[in-house]
Design a protein around this ligand. Sequence first.
Ligand code: ZN
Length: 251
Amino acid sequence: MIDKDLPALDTHAHIDPDVTPSQIAALGNAVVFAVTRSLHEANQVKNRRDSSLIWGLGVHPGVSTARAAWDPQQFKSLLSSFALVGEIGLDRRGGALAEQRSIFKEVLAIVRDEPVLVSIHSSGASTEVVQSLHDAGMRGAILHWFNGDHTDVQRAIETNAYFSVNAAMSREQIQQFPRERVLCETDFPARKVRARKPADMAAIEQLLSEVWKTSPEEVRAATWWNLRTLSEQSGAIERLPESIADTLLYL
Ligand SMILES: [Zn+2]
């Protein structure tokens, strides 16, 4: 039996730290991973309690001001206020790759044993990001918009990684991911994905339903189950907003 009322589940979107309750309400019945790009942004949201948003603690690899303000002590002190870390990672075109690498390595060493979900950016750097997960002993990362080849995908799976996929990705790419490792995202406001707002999952759920030869409702249920598994394995379920933890536990 599929619960037709399961909230839309968007596991990677960019939401303004100043978002108002009425703007959040306009998302409808939804749960959104709201990643941040810098410790400054994360600091702005750390005390927010929004029942449908899971705020992330991030330092975006492609944002030079975020890298310049990187401070491992500040990151560590913010970490206990978050159930999600993101976005972090590597970006081939983001400049200052040596700096990106050293920050990513430090972040992975800090979050590896923490009860958090971790959303990772790997644009143009799929192979290296997966190698970094292996090197750091990082388990259960969520690779967002992952465009690695077959070998990269297999090596990522060895680290128990998940893949958050969106409607701008090719069917061939999405087919490579095991169904029990897939989550859905909009990466809002990325224009290529064609999501009108965060949690607008219609296009990606339709695409996955065709790939998996099932219904969009089954797709949504499957991604919720996958999030439950990951949240339990990582321990992040203890830090999630209570209403979201309840949704997971009563699936
Ligand atoms: Zn992003």
